[in-house]
Write a new protein. Structure first.
Length: 124
């Protein structure tokens, strides 16, 4: 009987790259506490998968049928350029959020704070 080989998903491959970056960051900053490293890596993986979810922006731009091919191409090019710029902004923001979260996770761990504690002071 043939065996099915499971290949890692795109997100898993990307996580492996980020995990290496985080481990390099730990090493460069003298973080040697293995429990801290393991805890932060596990929590960062959850965050990475959350912000790394794929999504599609469908602008659904209807164009009148009386445009020439050159006009249609020009509009398509302009929209593509704008969408590329938006994608770059999203990437930059996501990277910034990721490293801010990494810092927060390390500080929380060192302070003994459980970031999963969702108690709301107003309810108590």
């Amino acid at each position: 009987m043939a065996q099915i080989v499971q290949f890692p998903t795109n997100a898993e491959r990307q996580w492996t790259e980020f995990e290496e970056i985080i481990n390099r960051f730990f090493s460069e900053h003298g973080v040697t506490d293995e429990e801290l490293r393991a805890t932060v890596l596990q929590r960062m993986k959850q965050f990475f998968l959350l912000v790394g979810r794929s999504f599609s922006l469908d602008i659904g731009l209807p164009l009148p049928g009386r445009l020439t091919l050159d006009e249609t191409d020009a509009i398509e090019h302009a929209v593509r350029d704008k969408m590329d710029a938006i994608a770059k902004q999203i990437h930059n923001l996501t990277s910034e959020l990721f490293f801010d979260r990494l810092t927060l996770e390390m500080k929380a761990y060192l302070a003994g704070v459980n970031l999963d504690d969702e108690t709301d002071d107003e309810e108590t």
